[in-house]
Design a protein. Sequence first.
Length: 365
Amino acid sequence: MGKLASPPARDLGVVTPLVPRDAEQGPLTAAQVTAYVVGAAVWAPSVHNTQPWWFAAEGTEIALYADAGRQLNVADPSGREMMISCGAALFTAKLALRSLGYSVESRVLPDPADPLLVARLRWRRRVAPAGFELRLFSQVTRRRTHRGGFEPQPLLPGLLEALRQGATRDGAALRVASDVGTMAALAAVVEMAERVQRSDSGYVRELAVWAPPPGSRRLDGVSPSSYPARPERTNPDFTSRDFARGHGWGLPASSPAAATRFTGVACLLTTPTDTPADWVNAGHALQRLLLTSASYGAAAALNSQPVEVGWLRDIIRVQLGDDSYPQLVLRLGTVIQSAISLRRPLSSVLAGAGREPTAPADSGH
Ligand SMILES: Cc1cc2nc3c(=O)[nH]c(=O)nc-3n(C[C@H](O)[C@H](O)[C@H](O)COP(=O)(O)O)c2cc1C
């Protein structure tokens, strides 16, 4: 019987390998495959690290549900970003199954009778994983969201084209801000959105719930171990979210004060329409993009403030885009990462068929 490496419930800066030990000694049980797959899927990015998902297992099938209790009711009233986050978890779960050499069948939303059911996955025959699938999978626990400027090194040749093609495969599109004017305009819209949100008390209260102080025992939310104490400004500057809210929390500067840091390549992830299925597709595309970038030695910084403010999202769509729906603003570049990211354990997210997980809530939110 093959044994699985224990799922990476908590990463304390050490990369936990997601490699099934002794897999060659025999087939894994369905329960072992499920634990392995869900243990990987939780490493997907999610808005404010809300981890708004849970998984139900039944034999060789896993259902992925959105957890509406973790939705950002102020910043994300439609659940759009919750579904993007779940789409990213879906991509990761499928990749985990492929890394084990299983072919995957998936059925994605919509199911009007069950709007929180994001997808059902089933694994079947064995088909050896391709090299690129293993390369992407090896980045699942290593990848981190970057917050700040980038090194001067350019992206490796071929990366942007690979990212564009990947987004298209998922029914989304990656649009690169290739001229200085568009990049500056996009940065201005991000800054405006950040101002609008900082002046909204409901938004600030909600951010406080998901940005715990140093020393918190929470395994969700954006911890001070994942953002710089002093935001690094670049030109143009894409204003970061104010996770520390004036408390001075965060990581010490990663480069000397005098070092010049760069904005990187600014992009928009868009979808042709704006339905829940598009949001899941956007999340699928996002995680493909993040893991592909990581496999090329690049990192991404994400800005979703302007797509959370309706009129600013419209400006991006109509004035700066091509009428398709912006789902996320992001920047790509090279950087040495020191961020630590946390996840809830399997017992909090994995249940039997149709039942929510029974572990006590560990978020304290
Ligand atoms: C839909 C979505 C929106 C996000 N928006 C932002 C953002 O505006 N600013 C930011 O710093 N990170 C943003 N993130 C990144 C999350 O904060 C990050 O994924 C989470 O904290 C977990 O950290 P990790 O990606 O390093 O594992 C976003 C992620 C998703 C999926």
